[in-house]
Design a protein around this ligand. Structure first.
Ligand code: FES
Length: 161
């Protein structure tokens, strides 16, 4: 998983070439790009901290100080909570399903059609369900509480065959 990777993880690229009948051929074997680390959490600036509480599957709660703009998916994954995020936050699965405290539900911008479509496929959908990758923290959401559902469903194209 991405969260297990650090900046020291990367793939190695080597290039070799050889000549054959006056033509030089280049053979690429590996890539050198640094692996993109999922989750882009920023340390909150002093005095600008926002707060979020996750209610975990066992009923325990974890509260974090976060920055404006961080998505709930990134916050969960950055803190090693059990949120899969199978599509990498592109609103194409539903494994980042969260159940939002009703007190905060109406403070979140309306879901897009894409989010609604994915939510329809989420396991254990509730009236206040949303996708964690589609919610970014802002001042209105300070102290929001979200619960992780007992199960999530990763919908793949093969599910429709
Ligand atoms: S991570 Fe796939 S929909 Fe949010």
């Amino acid at each position: 998983m991405y969260r297990a990777l650090t900046k020291t993880n990367f793939l190695i690229k080597t290039t070799s070439s050889f000549k054959l009948q006056n033509t030089t051929y280049t053979k690429k074997a590996f890539s050198t790009s640094i692996v993109a680390k999922h989750g882009h959490l920023h340390a909150p600036k002093k005095g600008e901290e926002l707060h979020i509480t996750f209610v975990l599957k066992d009923g325990s709660q974890k509260k974090y100080e976060v920055s404006e703009g961080d998505s709930i998916l990134d916050i969960a994954q950055g803190n090693n909570l059990d949120m899969e995020g199978a599509c990498g936050g592109s609103c194409a699965c539903s494994t980042c399903h969260v159940i939002v405290d009703p007190e905060y539900y109406d403070k979140i911008p309306e879901p897009t059609d894409d989010e609604d479509d994915m939510l329809d496929l989420a396991y254990g959908l509730t009236e206040t369900s949303r996708l964690g990758c589609c919610i970014n923290m802002n001042k209105d959401l300070d102290n929001i509480r979200v619960a992780l559902p007992q199960m999530t469903r990763n919908v793949k194209s093969s599910d429709f065959e």
